[in-house]
Design a protein around this ligand. Structure first.
Ligand code: NAD
Length: 466
């Protein structure tokens, strides 16, 4: 059994749950099933550790973040293999090796950031200073699609600003997180980073964390439905919240594009991590002048992508991660087939494998267009009027990302400014970077991650005036 880490110690439980390899159905390992008492012990350890971490000079905390990055980088290959086994994503492509590498890079960049005191006023009438103070104990709740990259997004800014953490991974993919937290505890002071796991059955640890009296903030990445529960459960204790939730990103292709040139970017925008990505292209609007060409070139690119067991070096996409998500994609594609034109894929494979699927001639009344499919099935919608397509892109409860594909960059930028999303990319999608803030609007979330703006979310402001 893999161990949790509480106060720097390895902790197991009598009760455990199995983690299955999505490619084969075989058991990869067992994770501890924590109780409320384990959560309380982790919160207690983090509360004690907060006293010394918050008093540490920023340079020393930055050095801890550098050490975190080094542990991730030094153990990259082992972590990538374990991640592939439990998550399903391939070692190659934008898979496990990419994810672990990106986690190391994000940690390294965050280690360069700080929030120095700002002087707002300093004159004959007095001095006013703005200080950024760490919050205390932070609860991190992560999903199954990018468990380690999201760990880095939650944990490193928290440590950099002087907070201590309890991380709770998804029941589908806890093993790599349990392993990495155990390794990180070799370089972090005890109690700074604790990890508990559970199967969400008899105890829902995320819910308990959201309501816990001694946790000051929850940073949550997951579905909109669960994010709303986090808000409700944390209301009583007025927690700070950063919520990164679902999306239904639109890609808008303008009539001046060269279809062949953009096909690879469109593919990765839609199918990264098998489409199980918060900010993937989930609906593609293509102008009627280039509609047939874009459909043809996207299919030509996608049909050559190798799908297989992620441990095979040649695989570029793996299986879907879990049955719940697989069933959702099956349902949405079956429905879309009654109206749309299947250009590629369209029927489930063995086990949890679902081939990359492209369905044309749909519109905004189709569930594959307006629901979040979170899988390898991309709907294409023809449009003729730009104002109309912007209105359709914006007609969504979500507002995470979006993209515009065009030769005329200025025109694309003007359209981008009219989109109601946290990020808009031009001629690319999901090109996240650690120095650019990322977050959703509307039901895609609250708050922002990355860069200085992301760091600030782990602090309270205190003004001193004299
Ligand atoms: P999920 O909401 O089912 O689970 C996320 C986490 O919440 C898990 O750790 C789960 O155990 C925990 N949880 C379950 N019940 C809870 C409760 N009542 N209170 C608190 N926590 C609880 O999401 P998922 O299926 O793991 O992930 C897929 C979703 O995440 C998609 O909707 C996707 O768009 C979104 N996502 C968003 C981002 C982003 O940055 N915006 C990134 C990745 C995934």
């Amino acid at each position: 059994m893999y161990s949790m880490t509480i106060n720097g110690e390895a902790v197991t439980t009598e009760d455990s749950f199995e983690i299955l390899n999505p490619a084969t159905g075989e058991v990869v390992g067992h994770a501890p099933n924590a109780t409320k008492e384990h959560l309380d012990a982790a919160v207690e350890a983090a509360s004690v550790a907060f006293k010394s971490l918050s008093a540490m000079p920023i340079e020393e905390r930055q050095a801890l973040c550098v050490a975190v990055a080094k542990v991730i980088n030094d153990n990259a290959e082992d972590l990538a293999k374990l991640l592939t086994l439990e998550q399903g994503k391939p070692l190659n492509g934008l898979g496990s090796r990419w994810e672990i590498g990106a986690a190391g890079a994000w940690a390294g960049h965050t280690a360069t950031l700080s929030l120095p005191m700002k002087t707002i006023q300093d004159n004959n009438e007095g001095t006013v200073e703005l200080h950024r103070k760490p919050l205390g104990v932070v609860g991190s709740i992560t999903p199954w699609n990018f468990p380690i990259l999201i760990l880095a997004w939650h944990v490193v800014p928290a440590i950099c600003t002087g907070n201590t953490i309890i991380i709770k991974p998804s029941p589908y993919t806890p093993l790599t997180t349990l392993k990495l937290v155990s390794l990180l505890n070799e370089v972090l002071p005890k109690g700074v980073l604790n990890c508990i796991s559970g199967d969400d059955k008899s105890v829902n640890l995320g819910s308990e964390m959201s309501a816990h009296d001694d946790i000051r903030k929850i940073v949550f990445t997951g579905s909109t439905e669960t994010g709303k529960k986090v808000m409700v459960n944390s209301a009583e204790t007025m927690k700070r919240l950063t919520l990164e939730m679902g999306g239904n990103d639109a890609g808008i292709v303008l009539p001046d594009v060269d279809a062949k040139t953009i096909a690879e970017g469109l593919f990765w925008g839609g199918f990264v991590n098998n489409g199980q990505t918060c900010a993937a292209i989930k609906r593609l609007y293509v102008h009627e002048d280039v509609y047939d060409d874009v459909c043809t070139e996207l299919v030509n690119y996608t049909k050559n992508v190798v799908v297989g067991n992620g441990m095979n070096e040649e695989s570029i996409l793996g299986p879907m991660q879990n049955k719940m998500q697989f069933d959702k994609v099956c349902r949405l594609v079956e429905d879309a087939k009654t109206k749309g034109r299947v250009l590629l894929g369209g029927s489930p494979g063995e086990g949890l494998f679902y081939p990359p699927t492209i369905i044309a001639d749909l519109d905004d009344s189709d569930p594959l267009v307006y629901e979040e499919q979170f899988g390898p099935a991309l709907p294409i919608i023809k449009y003729s009027d730009i104002d109309d397509v912007i209105a359709k892109a914006n007609d969504s409860q979500w507002g995470l990302g979006g993209s515009v594909w065009a030769r005329d960059i200025q025109k694309a930028r003007d359209i981008a400014l009219r989109m109601e999303t946290g990020t808009v990319w031009v001629n690319k999608h999901l090109a996240l970077q650690p120095d650019a803030p990322f977050g959703g609007v509307k039901c895609s979330g609250q708050g922002t991650e990355f860069a200085q703006e992301g760091l600030e979310e782990y602090t309270d402001i205190q003004v001193i005036s004299y």
